[in-house]
Ligand binder design. Structure first.
Ligand code: ADP
Ligand code: MG
Length: 216
């Protein structure tokens, strides 16, 4: 056994792909799974049963790529369903799972399994989504990817809910409810005017200090 209880040469890993809606998380998950399959590794894909937007038993990307997946109702159910021969476990929409997901993926990695997860890092208010903060902390690799802001075309790291009056954190929806936005256009709290004023002040102070330095 290795230093941390894993067998030498077959240690597992924990990978997280995160970002807002439409950033390509599911595409990236599918890309990694396909490569593992090319390497003839046995892969199992899981998704939370709550997310049945596109298909009950498939993970589906916004660019219509799809793969068979097993819907599960809890994190622990993943542990019960992984076969001894499985080398890679992929989990999409991982933000919808309970906090036990961290323990589950640690256990799988300790068994030598490569765990690939994709999920929303932030909810529609820009706050860490469910278990994501813990998962990002324990991951061996984290890839934070961007969508395109629907307002200005910049890189988008936020998921904007079109109707903020709907305040449930979990409101499963699509382009009808959500769009990708950059930080400047994800005005979650109506604070953008305050922010602009803050930066205008900061600039004025900087210019002031610069002219003082010049006059020294
Ligand atoms: P995620 O799983 O992160 O929601 P997907 O992998 O399902 O993302 O879909 C990514 C695809 O979504 C892109 O390749 C593109 O075709 C499409 N798309 C639609 N709207 C946007 C957007 N605003 N920014 C980037 N890609 C978008
Ligand atoms: Mg997705």
């Amino acid at each position: 056994m290795g230093l941390f209880g894993t067998m030498p040469g077959i240690s597992g890993s924990i990978e997280v792909v995160c970002g807002p809606m439409f950033s390509g998380k599911t595409e990236e998950l599918i890309r990694r799974v396909k490569r593992a399959q090319i390497a003839r590794q046995k892969v199992q894909i899981f998704k939370p049963a709550i997310d049945n937007r596109y298909h009950e038993t498939e993970v589906v990307s916004h660019s219509s790529q799809s793969m068979e997946a097993t819907p599960v109702n809890s994190a622990v159910e993943i542990l019960q369903r992984v076969f001894d021969s499985t080398r890679v476990v992929a989990i999409d929409e991982v933000q919808f799972f309970d906090e036990n997901i961290s323990i589950v993926v640690e256990k799988l990695a300790r068994r030598g399994i490569r765990v690939i997860m994709a999920g929303l890092d932030q909810d529609y208010m820009g706050k860490p989504f469910g278990p994501m903060a813990s998962l990002l902390a324990i991951a061996d690799t984290v890839d934070k990817i961007h969508a395109i802001c629907t307002v200005c075309g910049a890189g988008a790291s936020k998921t904007f809910r079109k109707n903020p009056k709907e305040s449930a954190q979990v409101l499963v929806g699509e382009t009808d409810l959500y769009e990708a936005r950059c930080r400047a256009h994800a005005d979650f709290f109506g604070e953008d005017q305050d922010q602009l004023a803050f930066f205008a002040n900061l600039n004025a102070n900087l210019n002031d200090s610069r002219s003082k330095i010049k006059n020294l």
